[in-house]
Write a protein that binds this ligand. Sequence first.
Ligand code: GLN
Length: 508
Amino acid sequence: MSHSPFNNLTIKKFHQGLVNKDFKALDIAEAYFKVIEEKDKEIGAYLTPLKDLAYTQAEETDLRIARKEAVGELAGVPLALKDNMLVKGERTTAGSKILNTYRGTYDATVISKLKNEGVVFLGKTNLDEFAMGASTENSGFHPTKNPHDLTRVPGGSSGGSAAAVAGHMALAALGSDTGGSIRQPAAFCGVVGLKPTYGAVSRHGLIAMASSLDQIGPITRTVEDAAIIFKAIAGQDSYDSTSVDVSYGDELTNPDFQKIKSLTVGIPEEYFIDPSASSGQGGIEPEVRAGVESVIAALKSAGIKFKKISLPHTKYALSAYYIIVPAEVSSNMARYDGIRYSQINHESEPSNLLELYTKTRSRGLGAEVKRRILLGTFVLSSGYYDAYYAKAQKVRALVKSDFTEAFKDVDVILTPVSPTRAFKIGERANDPLAMYLADIFTIPVNLAGLPGISIPVRQVKSEKENVSQSISHVANKHVTDLPIGFQLIGKPFREADILGLGQLYEKI
Ligand code: GLN
Protein backbone atom coordinates (compact mmCIF):
# COMPACT_ATOMS: atom_id res chain seq x y z
CA MET A 1 0.00 0.00 0.00
CA SER A 2 2.83 2.37 0.81
CA HIS A 3 4.02 1.88 -2.77
CA SER A 4 0.83 3.37 -4.14
CA PRO A 5 1.47 6.08 -6.74
CA PHE A 6 -0.91 8.34 -4.81
CA ASN A 7 0.81 8.42 -1.43
CA ASN A 8 1.50 12.11 -1.43
CA LEU A 9 -1.18 13.35 -3.78
CA THR A 10 -3.26 16.29 -2.55
CA ILE A 11 -5.92 18.32 -4.36
CA LYS A 12 -3.43 21.15 -5.01
CA LYS A 13 -0.77 18.79 -6.39
CA PHE A 14 -3.38 17.05 -8.51
CA HIS A 15 -4.54 20.39 -9.91
CA GLN A 16 -0.99 21.51 -10.69
CA GLY A 17 -0.21 18.21 -12.43
CA LEU A 18 -3.39 18.48 -14.44
CA VAL A 19 -2.88 22.04 -15.68
CA ASN A 20 0.85 21.39 -16.30
CA LYS A 21 -0.31 18.43 -18.44
CA ASP A 22 1.80 15.96 -16.41
CA PHE A 23 -1.20 13.66 -16.61
CA LYS A 24 -4.82 13.67 -17.70
CA ALA A 25 -7.81 13.43 -15.40
CA LEU A 26 -8.71 10.17 -17.14
CA ASP A 27 -5.26 8.65 -16.38
CA ILE A 28 -5.75 9.33 -12.68
CA ALA A 29 -9.34 8.06 -12.64
CA GLU A 30 -8.17 4.85 -14.34
CA ALA A 31 -5.30 4.49 -11.89
CA TYR A 32 -7.68 4.83 -8.93
CA PHE A 33 -9.98 2.17 -10.41
CA LYS A 34 -6.97 -0.12 -10.74
CA VAL A 35 -6.28 0.24 -7.02
CA ILE A 36 -10.01 -0.24 -6.27
CA GLU A 37 -10.07 -3.42 -8.35
CA GLU A 38 -6.96 -4.75 -6.60
CA LYS A 39 -7.78 -3.86 -3.04
CA ASP A 40 -11.44 -3.29 -2.50
CA LYS A 41 -12.37 -6.98 -2.50
CA GLU A 42 -10.53 -7.11 0.80
CA ILE A 43 -11.43 -3.71 2.28
CA GLY A 44 -15.01 -3.32 1.07
CA ALA A 45 -15.06 0.48 1.00
CA TYR A 46 -17.37 0.77 -2.01
CA LEU A 47 -20.96 -0.36 -2.48
CA THR A 48 -21.40 0.91 -6.03
CA PRO A 49 -18.43 2.02 -8.16
CA LEU A 50 -19.44 4.59 -10.80
CA LYS A 51 -16.86 3.82 -13.47
CA ASP A 52 -18.87 5.01 -16.48
CA LEU A 53 -19.85 8.26 -14.83
CA ALA A 54 -16.30 8.82 -13.54
CA TYR A 55 -14.70 8.29 -16.95
CA THR A 56 -17.22 10.58 -18.65
CA GLN A 57 -16.60 13.29 -16.05
CA ALA A 58 -12.80 12.90 -16.33
CA GLU A 59 -12.98 13.16 -20.13
CA GLU A 60 -15.02 16.36 -19.83
CA THR A 61 -12.28 17.96 -17.73
CA ASP A 62 -9.59 16.76 -20.14
CA LEU A 63 -11.54 18.24 -23.03
CA ARG A 64 -11.83 21.59 -21.27
CA ILE A 65 -8.09 21.61 -20.64
CA ALA A 66 -7.39 20.66 -24.26
CA ARG A 67 -9.60 23.59 -25.31
CA LYS A 68 -7.51 25.82 -23.04
CA GLU A 69 -10.53 26.63 -20.86
CA ALA A 70 -9.80 27.63 -17.28
CA VAL A 71 -10.66 24.88 -14.81
CA GLY A 72 -11.17 25.21 -11.07
CA GLU A 73 -9.13 23.54 -8.36
CA LEU A 74 -11.57 20.63 -8.04
CA ALA A 75 -11.82 19.80 -11.75
CA GLY A 76 -11.02 16.13 -12.32
CA VAL A 77 -10.53 15.41 -8.61
CA PRO A 78 -11.44 11.74 -7.93
CA LEU A 79 -13.94 11.73 -5.07
CA ALA A 80 -15.85 8.99 -3.25
CA LEU A 81 -19.40 9.62 -2.00
CA LYS A 82 -21.07 8.15 1.05
CA ASP A 83 -24.05 6.22 -0.27
CA ASN A 84 -26.64 8.36 1.50
CA MET A 85 -26.35 11.23 -0.98
CA LEU A 86 -28.47 11.24 -4.10
CA VAL A 87 -26.84 11.21 -7.52
CA LYS A 88 -29.41 11.41 -10.28
CA GLY A 89 -29.93 8.06 -11.98
CA GLU A 90 -27.45 6.20 -9.78
CA ARG A 91 -28.11 3.53 -7.15
CA THR A 92 -28.38 5.03 -3.67
CA THR A 93 -28.94 2.56 -0.83
CA ALA A 94 -28.04 4.34 2.44
CA GLY A 95 -26.50 0.96 3.31
CA SER A 96 -29.98 -0.58 3.61
CA LYS A 97 -31.56 -3.57 1.88
CA ILE A 98 -34.80 -1.62 1.92
CA LEU A 99 -33.27 0.72 -0.70
CA ASN A 100 -31.39 -1.99 -2.60
CA THR A 101 -32.80 -1.00 -5.99
CA TYR A 102 -33.43 2.70 -5.39
CA ARG A 103 -31.89 5.19 -7.80
CA GLY A 104 -31.51 8.90 -7.09
CA THR A 105 -34.21 10.94 -8.80
CA TYR A 106 -32.25 14.19 -8.50
CA ASP A 107 -28.79 15.40 -7.51
CA ALA A 108 -28.23 16.38 -3.89
CA THR A 109 -27.21 20.05 -3.67
CA VAL A 110 -23.64 19.09 -2.73
CA ILE A 111 -23.53 16.78 -5.74
CA SER A 112 -24.71 19.42 -8.21
CA LYS A 113 -22.22 21.91 -6.77
CA LEU A 114 -19.37 19.42 -7.21
CA LYS A 115 -20.57 18.42 -10.69
CA ASN A 116 -20.34 22.09 -11.65
CA GLU A 117 -16.75 22.11 -10.37
CA GLY A 118 -15.91 19.13 -12.62
CA VAL A 119 -15.33 16.64 -9.79
CA VAL A 120 -15.05 12.97 -10.80
CA PHE A 121 -17.31 10.64 -8.79
CA LEU A 122 -15.54 7.30 -8.36
CA GLY A 123 -18.40 5.63 -6.55
CA LYS A 124 -20.74 5.31 -3.60
CA THR A 125 -19.21 4.09 -0.36
CA ASN A 126 -20.38 1.77 2.37
CA LEU A 127 -21.96 2.97 5.61
CA ASP A 128 -23.83 1.75 8.64
CA GLU A 129 -27.45 1.38 7.60
CA PHE A 130 -28.99 4.87 7.33
CA ALA A 131 -25.80 6.14 9.06
CA MET A 132 -26.72 4.48 12.37
CA GLY A 133 -23.54 3.09 13.84
CA ALA A 134 -19.88 3.69 14.58
CA SER A 135 -18.12 0.81 12.81
CA THR A 136 -19.76 0.22 9.38
CA GLU A 137 -20.63 -3.28 10.65
CA ASN A 138 -24.32 -2.28 10.54
CA SER A 139 -24.26 -2.03 6.74
CA GLY A 140 -27.03 -4.12 5.17
CA PHE A 141 -24.49 -5.38 2.61
CA HIS A 142 -21.04 -6.10 4.05
CA PRO A 143 -18.69 -4.68 6.68
CA THR A 144 -15.77 -2.45 5.65
CA LYS A 145 -12.28 -3.12 7.00
CA ASN A 146 -9.72 -0.64 8.26
CA PRO A 147 -6.90 -0.32 5.67
CA HIS A 148 -4.38 0.06 8.54
CA ASP A 149 -5.37 -3.30 10.04
CA LEU A 150 -7.83 -5.57 8.27
CA THR A 151 -8.96 -7.16 11.54
CA ARG A 152 -10.28 -3.80 12.75
CA VAL A 153 -13.24 -1.57 11.92
CA PRO A 154 -12.75 1.66 9.95
CA GLY A 155 -15.18 3.44 12.28
CA GLY A 156 -18.53 4.67 11.09
CA SER A 157 -20.90 5.45 9.87
CA SER A 158 -18.85 6.97 7.00
CA GLY A 159 -16.42 4.03 7.24
CA GLY A 160 -16.44 3.35 3.50
CA SER A 161 -15.48 6.95 2.70
CA ALA A 162 -12.70 7.04 5.32
CA ALA A 163 -11.35 3.63 4.23
CA ALA A 164 -11.43 4.69 0.57
CA VAL A 165 -9.29 7.77 1.31
CA ALA A 166 -6.95 5.96 3.73
CA GLY A 167 -6.58 3.03 1.29
CA HIS A 168 -5.73 5.29 -1.67
CA MET A 169 -8.95 4.31 -3.40
CA ALA A 170 -10.06 7.96 -3.67
CA LEU A 171 -8.25 11.26 -3.30
CA ALA A 172 -11.01 12.58 -1.04
CA ALA A 173 -14.56 11.75 -0.05
CA LEU A 174 -17.80 13.11 1.31
CA GLY A 175 -19.31 11.79 4.51
CA SER A 176 -22.15 12.78 6.78
CA ASP A 177 -22.01 13.34 10.52
CA THR A 178 -24.93 13.19 12.94
CA GLY A 179 -22.99 12.30 16.08
CA GLY A 180 -19.46 11.67 14.87
CA SER A 181 -19.77 9.79 11.60
CA ILE A 182 -17.21 11.89 9.72
CA ARG A 183 -14.78 12.58 12.56
CA GLN A 184 -14.62 9.16 14.23
CA PRO A 185 -13.93 7.10 11.05
CA ALA A 186 -11.41 9.77 9.98
CA ALA A 187 -9.66 9.28 13.34
CA PHE A 188 -9.74 5.46 13.06
CA CYS A 189 -8.36 5.57 9.50
CA GLY A 190 -5.72 8.28 9.97
CA VAL A 191 -7.30 10.89 7.69
CA VAL A 192 -8.92 14.31 8.14
CA GLY A 193 -12.69 14.72 8.61
CA LEU A 194 -14.64 17.99 8.91
CA LYS A 195 -18.16 18.24 10.36
CA PRO A 196 -19.31 21.74 9.40
CA THR A 197 -21.51 24.01 11.52
CA TYR A 198 -25.15 22.91 11.34
CA GLY A 199 -26.59 24.95 8.46
CA ALA A 200 -23.30 25.59 6.65
CA VAL A 201 -23.90 22.88 4.03
CA SER A 202 -27.24 22.02 2.44
CA ARG A 203 -28.81 18.70 3.46
CA HIS A 204 -31.01 18.62 0.35
CA GLY A 205 -30.57 15.16 -1.17
CA LEU A 206 -28.95 13.67 1.92
CA ILE A 207 -31.02 10.72 3.11
CA ALA A 208 -32.08 11.90 6.54
CA MET A 209 -31.18 10.15 9.75
CA ALA A 210 -31.75 12.82 12.44
CA SER A 211 -32.50 16.06 10.63
CA SER A 212 -31.66 18.45 13.46
CA LEU A 213 -28.11 17.04 13.63
CA ASP A 214 -27.09 15.74 10.17
CA GLN A 215 -24.38 17.60 8.23
CA ILE A 216 -22.36 16.68 5.14
CA GLY A 217 -18.61 17.25 5.15
CA PRO A 218 -15.30 16.23 3.55
CA ILE A 219 -12.94 13.36 4.43
CA THR A 220 -9.47 14.07 3.04
CA ARG A 221 -5.76 13.43 3.41
CA THR A 222 -4.90 16.98 4.52
CA VAL A 223 -6.62 19.85 6.30
CA GLU A 224 -6.09 22.07 3.28
CA ASP A 225 -7.95 19.56 1.09
CA ALA A 226 -10.83 19.58 3.59
CA ALA A 227 -10.90 23.39 3.38
CA ILE A 228 -11.00 23.32 -0.43
CA ILE A 229 -13.93 20.89 -0.54
CA PHE A 230 -15.81 22.59 2.29
CA LYS A 231 -15.57 25.92 0.49
CA ALA A 232 -17.08 24.33 -2.61
CA ILE A 233 -20.04 22.68 -0.87
CA ALA A 234 -20.96 25.36 1.71
CA GLY A 235 -23.72 27.87 1.13
CA GLN A 236 -27.38 28.63 1.56
CA ASP A 237 -29.86 26.58 -0.44
CA SER A 238 -33.53 27.31 -0.95
CA TYR A 239 -34.18 23.54 -0.76
CA ASP A 240 -32.91 23.36 2.84
CA SER A 241 -34.51 25.96 5.08
CA THR A 242 -31.96 25.23 7.84
CA SER A 243 -29.07 26.29 5.60
CA VAL A 244 -27.56 29.66 6.37
CA ASP A 245 -26.14 32.46 4.23
CA VAL A 246 -22.54 32.83 5.39
CA SER A 247 -19.78 34.03 3.14
CA TYR A 248 -16.62 32.07 3.73
CA GLY A 249 -13.65 33.92 2.31
CA ASP A 250 -10.12 32.96 1.39
CA GLU A 251 -9.15 32.53 5.03
CA LEU A 252 -10.42 28.94 4.83
CA THR A 253 -7.76 27.85 2.36
CA ASN A 254 -5.20 30.62 2.89
CA PRO A 255 -5.03 31.15 6.64
CA ASP A 256 -3.16 34.08 8.14
CA PHE A 257 -0.91 32.07 10.45
CA GLN A 258 -0.02 35.13 12.54
CA LYS A 259 -3.70 35.49 13.33
CA ILE A 260 -4.05 31.75 13.95
CA LYS A 261 -1.18 31.87 16.43
CA SER A 262 -3.06 34.44 18.48
CA LEU A 263 -6.01 32.07 19.07
CA THR A 264 -6.60 30.72 22.57
CA VAL A 265 -7.37 27.02 22.76
CA GLY A 266 -9.51 25.53 25.52
CA ILE A 267 -8.93 22.08 27.01
CA PRO A 268 -12.12 20.75 28.62
CA GLU A 269 -11.27 18.64 31.65
CA GLU A 270 -14.34 16.44 31.08
CA TYR A 271 -12.85 15.08 27.85
CA PHE A 272 -9.69 13.79 29.47
CA ILE A 273 -11.19 11.81 32.31
CA ASP A 274 -12.23 8.21 32.00
CA PRO A 275 -15.70 8.36 30.38
CA SER A 276 -16.53 5.13 32.22
CA ALA A 277 -16.78 7.27 35.37
CA SER A 278 -20.16 8.53 34.21
CA SER A 279 -21.30 5.80 31.87
CA GLY A 280 -20.15 2.63 33.57
CA GLN A 281 -18.22 1.45 30.51
CA GLY A 282 -15.37 2.22 28.19
CA GLY A 283 -12.36 4.28 29.22
CA ILE A 284 -9.90 6.57 27.44
CA GLU A 285 -6.95 4.60 26.10
CA PRO A 286 -3.56 5.79 27.40
CA GLU A 287 -2.29 5.94 23.79
CA VAL A 288 -5.11 8.31 22.83
CA ARG A 289 -4.42 10.56 25.80
CA ALA A 290 -0.67 10.58 25.06
CA GLY A 291 -1.32 11.30 21.38
CA VAL A 292 -3.56 14.26 22.11
CA GLU A 293 -1.09 15.55 24.70
CA SER A 294 1.66 15.43 22.05
CA VAL A 295 -0.47 17.69 19.86
CA ILE A 296 -0.98 20.15 22.71
CA ALA A 297 2.79 20.20 23.30
CA ALA A 298 3.52 20.77 19.60
CA LEU A 299 1.03 23.63 19.37
CA LYS A 300 2.35 25.16 22.61
CA SER A 301 5.84 25.22 21.19
CA ALA A 302 4.45 27.00 18.14
CA GLY A 303 3.21 29.76 20.45
CA ILE A 304 -0.45 28.81 20.88
CA LYS A 305 -1.98 29.71 24.26
CA PHE A 306 -3.99 27.08 26.12
CA LYS A 307 -6.55 27.44 28.86
CA LYS A 308 -8.37 24.86 31.00
CA ILE A 309 -12.13 25.04 30.59
CA SER A 310 -15.14 23.10 31.82
CA LEU A 311 -18.12 21.76 29.86
CA PRO A 312 -20.06 20.45 32.86
CA HIS A 313 -23.02 18.87 31.05
CA THR A 314 -20.85 16.68 28.81
CA LYS A 315 -21.73 13.59 30.82
CA TYR A 316 -25.41 13.90 29.86
CA ALA A 317 -24.83 14.44 26.13
CA LEU A 318 -24.77 10.77 25.09
CA SER A 319 -28.03 10.00 26.91
CA ALA A 320 -29.78 13.03 25.43
CA TYR A 321 -28.51 12.13 21.94
CA TYR A 322 -29.90 8.58 22.21
CA ILE A 323 -33.35 9.99 22.94
CA ILE A 324 -33.36 12.78 20.35
CA VAL A 325 -31.87 10.68 17.55
CA PRO A 326 -34.27 7.71 17.84
CA ALA A 327 -37.18 10.18 18.04
CA GLU A 328 -36.14 11.80 14.75
CA VAL A 329 -35.25 8.42 13.24
CA SER A 330 -38.67 6.96 14.02
CA SER A 331 -40.24 9.75 12.04
CA ASN A 332 -37.70 9.83 9.17
CA MET A 333 -37.94 6.05 8.66
CA ALA A 334 -41.73 6.05 8.32
CA ARG A 335 -41.50 6.68 4.58
CA TYR A 336 -39.87 3.31 3.81
CA ASP A 337 -43.02 1.33 3.27
CA GLY A 338 -42.08 -1.03 0.44
CA ILE A 339 -44.18 0.89 -2.07
CA ARG A 340 -42.21 4.08 -2.57
CA TYR A 341 -38.45 4.19 -3.31
CA SER A 342 -37.69 0.47 -3.61
CA GLN A 343 -39.43 -2.87 -3.34
CA ILE A 344 -38.42 -6.08 -1.66
CA ASN A 345 -39.15 -9.53 -3.06
CA HIS A 346 -41.39 -11.45 -0.70
CA GLU A 347 -41.55 -15.25 -0.71
CA SER A 348 -45.32 -15.12 -0.52
CA GLU A 349 -47.39 -12.19 -1.71
CA PRO A 350 -48.59 -10.05 1.23
CA SER A 351 -52.37 -10.34 1.41
CA ASN A 352 -53.03 -6.77 2.54
CA LEU A 353 -51.34 -3.40 2.91
CA LEU A 354 -50.42 -3.78 6.58
CA GLU A 355 -48.80 -7.12 5.88
CA LEU A 356 -46.80 -5.57 3.04
CA TYR A 357 -45.51 -2.86 5.38
CA THR A 358 -44.69 -5.34 8.13
CA LYS A 359 -42.95 -7.82 5.84
CA THR A 360 -40.98 -5.11 4.02
CA ARG A 361 -39.77 -3.41 7.17
CA SER A 362 -39.06 -6.67 9.01
CA ARG A 363 -36.89 -7.97 6.19
CA GLY A 364 -35.54 -4.76 4.78
CA LEU A 365 -34.29 -3.08 7.95
CA GLY A 366 -31.50 -4.21 10.26
CA ALA A 367 -31.43 -4.57 14.05
CA GLU A 368 -30.02 -1.13 14.91
CA VAL A 369 -32.54 0.69 12.73
CA LYS A 370 -35.40 -1.30 14.27
CA ARG A 371 -34.05 -0.63 17.77
CA ARG A 372 -34.10 3.12 17.10
CA ILE A 373 -37.57 3.09 15.52
CA LEU A 374 -38.91 1.28 18.60
CA LEU A 375 -37.10 3.52 21.09
CA GLY A 376 -38.06 6.65 19.18
CA THR A 377 -41.71 5.71 18.96
CA PHE A 378 -41.67 5.02 22.70
CA VAL A 379 -40.04 8.31 23.75
CA LEU A 380 -42.47 10.28 21.59
CA SER A 381 -45.57 8.46 22.81
CA SER A 382 -48.02 10.36 24.99
CA GLY A 383 -47.21 10.00 28.64
CA TYR A 384 -43.50 9.52 27.94
CA TYR A 385 -42.87 12.55 25.73
CA ASP A 386 -42.27 14.93 28.65
CA ALA A 387 -40.27 12.44 30.65
CA TYR A 388 -37.87 11.62 27.82
CA TYR A 389 -38.03 13.74 24.66
CA ALA A 390 -38.80 17.13 26.25
CA LYS A 391 -36.19 16.50 28.94
CA ALA A 392 -33.56 15.49 26.38
CA GLN A 393 -34.20 18.74 24.51
CA LYS A 394 -33.56 20.66 27.73
CA VAL A 395 -30.30 18.77 28.22
CA ARG A 396 -29.38 19.61 24.63
CA ALA A 397 -29.85 23.31 25.44
CA LEU A 398 -27.59 22.93 28.50
CA VAL A 399 -24.87 21.21 26.46
CA LYS A 400 -25.07 24.04 23.96
CA SER A 401 -24.89 26.73 26.63
CA ASP A 402 -21.76 25.07 28.08
CA PHE A 403 -20.04 25.74 24.76
CA THR A 404 -21.42 29.29 24.50
CA GLU A 405 -19.97 30.04 27.95
CA ALA A 406 -16.62 28.42 27.14
CA PHE A 407 -16.32 30.36 23.87
CA LYS A 408 -16.39 33.63 25.85
CA ASP A 409 -12.88 32.70 27.04
CA VAL A 410 -11.40 30.67 24.19
CA ASP A 411 -11.57 30.61 20.38
CA VAL A 412 -11.17 26.90 19.75
CA ILE A 413 -11.54 23.74 21.89
CA LEU A 414 -9.20 20.75 21.58
CA THR A 415 -10.24 17.21 22.58
CA PRO A 416 -9.71 13.58 21.58
CA VAL A 417 -12.05 12.35 18.81
CA SER A 418 -12.84 8.96 20.31
CA PRO A 419 -11.77 7.36 23.60
CA THR A 420 -10.05 4.47 21.79
CA ARG A 421 -8.34 3.65 18.52
CA ALA A 422 -10.01 1.39 15.94
CA PHE A 423 -11.47 -1.65 17.69
CA LYS A 424 -11.63 -5.22 16.39
CA ILE A 425 -14.36 -6.27 13.97
CA GLY A 426 -17.05 -8.00 16.01
CA GLU A 427 -15.80 -6.67 19.35
CA ARG A 428 -18.75 -4.34 19.95
CA ALA A 429 -21.20 -5.59 17.32
CA ASN A 430 -23.56 -7.14 19.88
CA ASP A 431 -23.16 -4.45 22.52
CA PRO A 432 -24.97 -1.28 21.42
CA LEU A 433 -23.90 0.68 24.50
CA ALA A 434 -20.20 -0.06 23.91
CA MET A 435 -20.72 1.02 20.29
CA TYR A 436 -22.46 4.26 21.33
CA LEU A 437 -19.47 5.19 23.54
CA ALA A 438 -17.23 5.54 20.47
CA ASP A 439 -18.91 8.92 19.89
CA ILE A 440 -18.88 10.28 23.42
CA PHE A 441 -16.53 13.15 22.46
CA THR A 442 -18.12 14.00 19.11
CA ILE A 443 -21.83 13.94 19.98
CA PRO A 444 -21.84 17.14 22.11
CA VAL A 445 -20.55 19.05 19.05
CA ASN A 446 -23.57 17.95 16.99
CA LEU A 447 -25.99 18.71 19.82
CA ALA A 448 -24.57 22.25 19.93
CA GLY A 449 -24.48 22.58 16.10
CA LEU A 450 -20.78 23.52 16.09
CA PRO A 451 -18.03 22.82 13.54
CA GLY A 452 -15.57 20.06 14.47
CA ILE A 453 -12.59 18.57 12.69
CA SER A 454 -10.69 15.34 13.25
CA ILE A 455 -6.99 15.47 12.39
CA PRO A 456 -4.48 12.59 12.62
CA VAL A 457 -2.01 12.83 15.49
CA ARG A 458 1.48 12.49 14.09
CA GLN A 459 3.02 9.33 15.47
CA VAL A 460 5.95 10.20 17.67
CA LYS A 461 8.80 7.73 17.41
CA SER A 462 10.32 8.31 20.83
CA GLU A 463 13.47 6.20 20.21
CA LYS A 464 14.58 8.45 17.42
CA GLU A 465 12.69 11.61 18.31
CA ASN A 466 11.54 11.21 14.79
CA VAL A 467 8.15 12.64 13.98
CA SER A 468 6.47 11.24 10.91
CA GLN A 469 2.99 11.27 9.50
CA SER A 470 0.83 8.42 10.70
CA ILE A 471 -0.28 8.09 7.08
CA SER A 472 3.14 6.74 6.13
CA HIS A 473 2.60 3.85 8.54
CA VAL A 474 -0.15 2.37 6.43
CA ALA A 475 1.89 -0.74 5.66
CA ASN A 476 2.73 -1.38 9.30
CA LYS A 477 -0.01 -3.35 10.95
CA HIS A 478 1.42 -3.22 14.43
CA VAL A 479 -1.15 -2.12 16.97
CA THR A 480 0.93 0.78 18.30
CA ASP A 481 0.79 2.33 14.86
CA LEU A 482 -2.99 2.50 14.74
CA PRO A 483 -4.06 6.06 13.94
CA ILE A 484 -5.24 8.47 16.64
CA GLY A 485 -7.27 11.58 15.95
CA PHE A 486 -7.60 14.86 17.79
CA GLN A 487 -10.61 17.10 17.49
CA LEU A 488 -10.76 20.88 17.14
CA ILE A 489 -14.15 22.46 17.85
CA GLY A 490 -14.92 26.00 16.67
CA LYS A 491 -17.47 28.72 17.26
CA PRO A 492 -20.52 28.61 14.96
CA PHE A 493 -19.48 29.27 11.35
CA ARG A 494 -15.83 29.73 12.37
CA GLU A 495 -14.58 26.77 10.33
CA ALA A 496 -11.71 29.12 9.40
CA ASP A 497 -10.33 28.91 12.98
CA ILE A 498 -10.23 25.11 13.19
CA LEU A 499 -9.07 24.69 9.59
CA GLY A 500 -6.38 27.35 10.13
CA LEU A 501 -5.13 25.78 13.36
CA GLY A 502 -5.17 22.36 11.70
CA GLN A 503 -3.13 23.68 8.79
CA LEU A 504 -0.67 25.18 11.29
CA TYR A 505 -0.32 21.78 13.03
CA GLU A 506 0.41 20.13 9.68
CA LYS A 507 3.24 22.63 9.11
CA ILE A 508 5.02 22.37 12.48
N1 GLN B 1 -22.50 6.52 15.90
C1 GLN B 1 -23.49 7.53 16.05
C2 GLN B 1 -24.85 6.93 15.88
O1 GLN B 1 -24.92 5.77 15.66
C3 GLN B 1 -23.29 8.64 15.05
C4 GLN B 1 -23.70 8.26 13.68
C5 GLN B 1 -23.61 9.40 12.70
O2 GLN B 1 -22.99 10.43 12.96
N2 GLN B 1 -24.29 9.24 11.57
O3 GLN B 1 -25.83 7.59 15.95
